[in-house]
Design a protein around this ligand. Structure first.
Ligand SMILES: [Zn+2]
Length: 127
């Protein structure tokens, strides 16, 4: 029971995203509230969503340590912490960066949700 509760707690951003989508189609909600909700999801996904590290290991493969947020790497390997962020800044080959973002199911869900929330912010403004 306690485990179920903590899973829900760790994934509240997805619930918020679902709520924001409902708000988008609700008539009496202002555009700022809708965009704000999507923006909050966006930040949550980047900084706090439960995902895998996804940094490239020096050997083959990608790091599978748990981490929070799409932008951060795991804390076990210090080098991983900013690897993905640096990848974006240095414009490493698109495929290398992308593979890190799609390491496994949690990453794929989070990345898709990130795209949805980005679209939601814009869609909310034109609501
Ligand atoms: Zn790592």
């Amino acid at each position: 029971m306690a485990k179920k509760k903590s899973t829900l707690y760790r994934n509240w951003g997805y619930l918020l995203l679902a709520g924001a989508v409902v708000l988008l189609f609700a008539r009496d909600i202002g555009p700022l509230a809708v965009s704000g909700a999507f923006a909050l999801c966006f930040l949550w996904l980047l900084l706090a969503a439960p995902t895998w590290c996804g940094a490239k290991n020096r050997s083959e493969g990608y790091c599978r340590n748990n981490t929070s947020g799409l932008l951060g790497g795991c804390r076990q390997v210090r080098q991983h912490k900013w690897q993905r962020f640096r990848g974006l800044v240095r414009l490493e080959p698109f495929r290398t960066v992308c593979r890190g973002w799609f390491t496994g199911a949690p990453q794929q869900i989070a990345t898709c949700a990130l795209v949805v929330s980005a679209i939601g912010v814009v869609a909310g403004l034109f609501k």
